[in-house]
Design a protein around this ligand. Sequence first.
Ligand SMILES: *[C@@H]1O[C@H](CO)[C@@H](O)[C@H](O)[C@H]1NC(C)=O
Length: 341
Amino acid sequence: MSQTSSSSSSFSSAVPSHPITVGALAGGIVGAALAAALLSILITVLCMRARNTTQAESSRRRRRSHRSNSGNSPGLLAGPEKTVSAIDERLWEQYLPQSLDDRTVQRLLKGLFDQLQLHVENFYQAGHVKVDQDVAATLAELQTPYLPGSVATTITSSRSSMPVIKHCLVYMVTQSIVNTGYKHCLLPTEYTIVASNVNPPDALKANSTAMRQAVSKWRVLTAYINQRPLAKPEARRRQDTAILAMAESFSDAFFLWDADPKDEALVRQHLVELLKTAADVATTLFTQPSSFDLRWEQPLVKANDEQRDLVVVPALMKVADEHGQSLTPAQPLTQAVIERL
Ligand SMILES: *[C@@H]1O[C@H](CO)[C@@H](O)[C@H](O)[C@H]1NC(C)=O
């Protein structure tokens, strides 16, 4: 899953809402009934054919193994040949876990995004404050490419500070989940070490589907044969360090907007717990054979309109299914949250 700069697709276009007349509706119902009947016939035919094919194939295989058994006199050659035909080369695939359905992925990410927004709403205030150079420098640590200016100038020139604070928090957390090159990473190093050193041959890179399939298999298998990457104390410590660094970086940057400065330690602890959840989400997403993408781009504004909206939470898009087949257009799983600056 990586951040792309492809054009943003609006969600409304995915759900056409044409007015339907009664006549069209009645025609539609008859048509639908016909289509259903045709479809069930088609499915029956296909199923029968599929069964026949499997039967033919297995009997062919049986015949072949039979031939290799009887055709040769017992000798050196017979042994290995028998073994080759008996082993299913794709046996390991049967042991891989089932991939999560879209709904579960959707619920996981939506839950995380909602909690991050609530964290800001509960513990920060919208008021205007003066920002000096030191604070501006700390805020710059949380800069994102989607803000109209620096964090400091955007937050002081906005109607409310809330959208900017939420945007910076969600950006930091999502980058630490999906971008292995980001300064903070919530994934275990055991997972990311290959991702950051991958250098595939040109032939594989040339075919995007083949490349995606290879990476997807690698991710799923890496996680599968390394069941508990955080079992080693140093791996656990590394993740805890990353979580603490992120919590510190965020609460230090926005301390001027604390709703209640007395609660600072508590609020930071709350964020640490949230980031642990985010780390679990990171691992879950990593182990999915499907590919997902986060879209931060917003719908284009008219030429003479000033851009005063900010994407606070990106849209989660499924860009390829578990077979590496790319989905065009990408399938939106969660919607973007856009707030006025
Ligand atoms: C990848 O290879 C397959 C099989 O040869 C082909 O059908 C497909 O169009 C190729 N895709 C790309 C993007 O080159």
